[in-house]
Design a protein around this ligand. Sequence first.
Ligand code: ATP
Ligand code: MG
Length: 651
Amino acid sequence: MASDERFEALLQEHRRFAPPPDFAARAVVADPTIYDKAAADPEAFWAEEARRLDWFEPFREILRWDPPHAQWFLGGRLNAAYNCLDRHIQGPRRNKAAIIWEGEPGDSRVLTYDQLGREVGKFANVLKRLGVKKGDRVTIYLPMIPELPIAMLACARIGAVHSVVFGGFSAEALRDRINDAQASVLVTADAGWRRGNLIPLKANADAALRDAPSVRHTVVVRRVGDRAPVDWHPERDVWWHEAVAASPAHCPPEPMDSEDPLFILYTSGTTGKPKGIVHSTGGYLTGVAATTRMVFDLHEEDVYFCTADIGWVTGHSYIVYGPLANGATTVMYEGSPDWPDRGRMWAIVEKYGVNIYYTAPTAIRAQMRWGPEWPARYDLSSLRLLGTVGEPINPEAWMWYHEHIGRGRTPIVDTWWQTETGAIMISPLPGITATKPGSATRPLPGVSAAVVNERGEPVGPGEGGYLVLTRPWPSMLRTIYGDDERYRAQYWSRFPGMYLTGDGARVDEDGYFWLLGRVDDVINVSGHRIGTMEVESALVDHAAVAEAAVIGRHDELKGQAIAAFVTLKESVPASDALKAELKAHVAQKIGALARPDDIFFTAELPKTRSGKIMRRLLRDIAEGRALGDTTTLADPAVVQQLKAQYEEAEG
Ligand code: ATP
Ligand code: MG
């Protein structure tokens, strides 16, 4: 009998990779008893991590849990910028590189901790002069340039709440986010580089501000200069370089309550309208500092490179706050991975001797499509650890990453987490955990996760269900900005006392977690529930396929039929014979139940600006509906074109 809570398609995966002995021998976390110790007393575990930060006033209580609201490290006072800067500047890291920045056109800049500290102090004083006070919101709409983390840390220094809006967003998306946060200052740039073209940030900002009356001042970074003349509103606009030139570097850090908000950040909008997630100061910083050290096995001399954009939570937590709180050297890159050619990421790894590389499955699948000859041209021997985040990684993409980037030597950490969780929740500890391609492995020490059925009861090994987090954790979101009701309804109403992630998962006999895709995307074929992930992974497993997105479309007979949108590797021609072969391949890998009813070849899939496949738009296309919210779409032309092609081909 088909039960409702099961995902029944099971892709088998038996490969296993133990931590290499030389890696394990000097790993930051090498003692597996850490899991049991943390489970025995999670609050004590997190308190110990929190005490690694510098507090102006120590906390008196670890956790107050008044579901669904948690407070962590009560009574404690600290400042996030102080923890990311001053405490390193006062010690031997003063002249260590904090940020290594690589511009898209090939310019570069290195900021030591001392230099970064001065820049942050100067800009903090600029914000003060513009009237920004503790608790005020500042929207930051910048390309990936050093002024972006400088502006964030300057906000943190004076207790203002930053809201970073990804620089690729439109004027409309920016306007909505400014209005939602009611920001008083907007920080932007004249323009940004993207594949050799200019993105008119200032012009977008001007358009957004026509309808965003809360903003009193705009600070404009001059990134491209004469190439992008800007309209100027003298009563509102100031140039960054002019403002900081007249600004003192010394700015005392505001002692913030542990629970004071550090920032607001909007989710990717993969499943619907983006949510303004609010993060705290003490709990958030504890979570990101601890996970950066443990998951990325951070050593003092490491060069660490996360390829995310700071406009997403991955950039907040693992380019800015996590690495800098640990005194690490963090690389940031302004541009596109295929500019000026498809080897750019590997050129950066070679140029700076990157040791730790953290990217997204979508970026790996793009590399698979382009072919292994690109990374093969570069010296990647400095790499000792690889990571992924953002979507489930298909086992074949994991293997490709392992072979062609890690050259078979480096562990891979597949890290599951969300904007809402603030920090990584499920991931290997690379010195301890044997990995299986496609599994994020186990909840980190101090984190409690479970997979439950419709009634909120834990399911057995191999059975699919809802991924939930069963205890509060320090870096958890505190609310949705301005909408606590939505916070309760979205995350806490389905299963009382448990945080609903919205993702489907199963746990295998070894206690390893396998993410199956969004619960909203689950396909129901004749009463059998099938996760999108496993069908997509079976397709990507075929040598011709680079990427696949699978959805259920309405079907009179079966309830839903499986439609697959497939991107082939560049050297492979599309054909009807290949469609038949792919259908057979899925049936053979998973079972006849999961055989796609139709396969549609496409050069591009609709993705969010953070690179995630938007299956809900594919569903709209396959069911002939008008497209849902498309404001977070990376390239609206892709989905319009796809809709037209689909309608022509499928009638
Ligand atoms: P929205 O909530 O607005 O629909 P979103 O969920 O894509 O957008 P993010 O917070 O950026 O916004 O993404 C978190 C989601 O990304 C997770 O819920 C999960 O679906 C997916 N994800 C992230 N990392 C992984 C991973 N390692 N394995 C599987 N899925 C992952
Ligand atoms: Mg989400």
